[in-house]
Design a protein around this ligand. Structure first.
Ligand SMILES: [Zn+2]
Ligand SMILES: [Zn+2]
Length: 301
């Protein structure tokens, strides 16, 4: 009780400044669920992924009512971001939803029908098995990714990492994959930025696993298996053809024995044309990976 009062008082005197629009807003402490509650909702919603046998005692599914199970991704986004982004900004979030391309995950304009392969994937088969994303790279998600990547708002890594994890649970089964590989940056880039966004997001999964107390298999993250062997110009602003040329032969596998026979999940922040992840998948498959899937936080349309 005391914490709630102090939390409300703190909010009254020190409202939060929205990281996106810069306006001050009041973050209603009572409506603000803890991350643990979110994860409980998630476990409840994605029972096919978690199963019930692996749950620990302190994740009490009976506490979650049916209404909570039906919370949409868009609503979850608003709440997850509420300590940092105002509801008006975060309300522009769009989750990636079917119908989409079964391979590259592009969202079809028509909102009717089943998932199927898009023309692009049929014409030029991909080196990865499937790519999926959490949200559409638009408005608030563009702003959030920029805040994290270029303005060093590291506090966004946790809610965005949870968002990424939600997409993972939706599209993959527990035990389906055995290695997570974040798309690497060039050493020079790491030095100037100080961190790799993809690695930062996926690192949060260790926190999620800890919170869920054994309900989640810990998939090892290999930060150093894939390396950028040459400097590439940023892909931003380049067309599809230039992107392909720019990224060709940019990656290498440092130790193929660690890749051999592995079912790998490549993780990146944004999927634009897929040139980068496809090139990485090519290199990993050449090194003997059993299969490569792709998960990104955002999907450019
Ligand atoms: Zn705002
Ligand atoms: Zn496709």
């Amino acid at each position: 009780m005391w914490f709630r009062v102090t939390g409300a008082m703190k909010q009254a005197f020190f409202p939060t400044r929205c990281l996106v629009c810069g306006s001050f807003f009041r973050n209603n402490g009572q409506e603000n669920r803890s991350l643990k509650t979110f994860l409980r909702i998630l476990v409840n919603r994605e029972q096919g992924f978690f199963g019930l046998e692996g749950l620990s005692q302190d994740i009490d599914l009976t506490k979650d009512n049916v209404k909570e199970c039906l919370v949409t991704d868009a609503k979850i986004f608003v709440e997850l971001m509420s300590p940092f982004i105002c509801a008006k900004c975060s309300g522009t979030y769009m989750a990636v939803e079917s119908p989409l391309c079964s391979t590259c995950g592009v969202v079809f304009e028509s909102r009717e029908g089943e998932d199927h392969d898009c023309g692009e994937c049929l014409n030029t088969p991909k080196r990865f098995r499937m790519a999926r994303s959490a949200g559409v790279y638009d408005k608030v998600l563009i702003a959030a990714v920029h805040c994290l990547k270029y303005k060093e708002k590291i506090q966004l890594a946790r809610p965005l990492g949870v968002l990424l994890f939600m997409a993972f649970c939706r599209y993959w089964n527990k035990g389906n994959l055995n290695l997570i590989v974040p798309i690497p940056l060039h050493k020079k880039k790491i030095r100037s930025r100080g961190f790799n966004t993809s690695f930062l997001l996926v690192k949060e999964w260790a926190f999620i696993a800890k919170t869920l107390n054994g309900a989640l298999p810990v998939i090892p993250v290999a930060e150093d298996i894939l390396v950028r062997k040459r400097w590439t110009e940023p892909q931003t602003g380049l067309g599809r053809k230039e992107r392909l040329k720019n990224i060709k032969n940019a990656f290498d596998v440092s130790d193929s024995s660690k890749v051999k026979g592995k079912k790998i999940l490549l993780v990146d922040d944004v999927y634009t044309t897929g040139a980068t992840v496809n090139e990485c998948a090519k290199v990993l498959m050449k090194a003997g990976a059993a299969c490569v899937d792709v998960l990104t936080l955002a999907r450019a349309m």
